[in-house]
Design a binder for this molecule. Structure first.
Ligand code: GLC
Length: 396
């Protein structure tokens, strides 16, 4: 497979322009809109291939930012299947929930590749407003952990991490799970998506990957703000980066790993998923802890390490299903997050394993949505864009 050529061809094929805004759909047919973290991934990959398209991806994403700073997880640019993917009021053409905050990272990649400071100046106020929203509104108790109000905000829609707070059993089917999440959207409509009310009544999870991604992005927001000599922004980002990291350590760390937590009392959700590895992305383990994590979990073939990569859920979990969407299969974005973390810690062999297994999945099954960890078979959408992230796995 000629990866650079095929990746660029796919990103171009999935490119759309509506009302003057250019964006990339994750997969023709199944995902015909613009998604928040997907667009950040597209921008990261495009930053070195077609930087103007990368910038357009960010501009279109930010064009529907809410007055309070929230960036919605879907922009319904074109009419598609709103009955299935309508996660909001349907007003202003967006959903009413967000997704992991990868925006600062994506913007910084564009700047690193182009040196375009004017682009940073242009998007900075909106970036700052988004992170201020997360810190200001998503942490009503001022405990420095950001909460999500729907599993879909994690980007891992039916992950078993959320079974307990969602009130579902581990053998739930995909469709019942979707139904339950839609019911949650209806419940959140009743409280008008007012975060504090919706959270305390319906679903409130302090998720590990979401907060780890936030820490990394606050660090980068700090770099952007200081390059632009925006002292207040630098202060905000560096302070909150430290506070969120410390709160994760204080409330989410137990037995050598990080666990997501729910409710006001921070009940730990003890379901082993790839979330254990996500904090590597934000340097949240000490070197010794990271070594133990790699030995006991990452390289453990009975739990996470599979012939075709790292399972998103431990094989020992009752909820594990090798073809179960976010209940076990390999997904390329988690591979990419773990890869970046492992490279930064200097775990070259493990990073190389992720890169090689990613490439072999693409070679074997093409740009599929997710993959069977045991056989490498591809599942879900075809011509799904996340596989293009393999182009950004070049350090080892
Ligand atoms: C699925 C994924 C989510 C992604 C979306 C669009 O819902 O779980 O993470 O953003 O598809 O690709």
């Amino acid at each position: 497979m000629d990866l650079p050529k095929e990746a660029l061809a796919l990103l171009r094929k999935n490119r759309r322009v509506t009302g003057g805004y250019q964006y990339t759909v994750p997969a023709q047919g199944k995902y015909p809109y613009q998604w928040l973290w997907d667009s950040c991934f597209h921008a990261i990959v495009l930053s070195s291939l077609e930087p103007d398209a990368a910038k357009a991806e960010i501009r279109s994403l930010l064009s529907r930012q809410f007055p309070d700073g929230m960036v919605p997880h879907i922009i319904f640019w074109e009419k598609g299947f709103p009955h299935l993917y309508d996660w909001g009021w349907g007003t202003n053409g967006t959903s009413s929930i967000t997704q992991p905050p990868m925006l600062a990272y994506a913007v910084w990649e564009i700047h690193k590749r182009t040196g375009d400071k004017a682009f940073l100046e242009e998007v900075y106020p909106k970036l700052l407003a988004f992170y201020q929203y997360l810190i200001g509104k998503r942490d009503p108790q001022d405990h420095h952990l950001v909460g999500i109000i729907n599993p879909d905000e994690s980007g891992e829609d039916n992950s078993p991490r959320f079974d307990t707070p969602l009130g579902v059993k581990s053998d739930i089917t995909f469709l019942w799970h979707l139904y339950r999440r839609h019911k949650l959207v209806m419940e959140n409509r009743v409280c008008n998506f007012d975060v504090e009310m919706c959270m305390s009544k319906n679903f409130w999870v302090k998720d590990v990957p979401f907060n780890a991604i936030l820490v990394k992005n606050l660090e980068i927001l700090g770099h952007i703000a200081s390059l632009l000599a925006h002292n207040e922004g630098t202060h905000f980002a560096t302070e909150h980066k430290k506070l969120v990291a410390a709160a994760m350590r204080e409330r989410l760390f137990e037995n050598g790993v990080y666990w997501s937590a729910s409710d006001h009392v921070y009940r730990l959700l003890k379901v082993p998923t790839w979330a254990h590895f996500a904090p590597l992305f934000a340097d949240l383990y000490t070197k010794e802890e990271a070594e133990a994590l790699i030995k006991e979990h990452f390289n453990n073939t009975e739990t996470f390490k599979a012939p075709f990569g790292i399972r998103t859920v431990s094989k020992k979990e009752p909820s594990y299903q090798r073809d179960g969407f976010w209940r076990g299969p390999v997904w390329i974005a988690p591979h990419w997050f773990m890869y970046k973390g492992l490279v930064a810690y200097g775990f070259k062999n493990e990073a190389a394993f992720l890169k090689e297994s990613t490439l072999s999945l693409l070679e074997r099954s093409g740009f599929r949505e997710y993959f069977d960890p045991e056989t490498g078979a591809g599942y879900g959408a075809k011509d799904f864009t996340w596989g293009t992230l393999a182009l950004d796995m070049t350090e080892v």
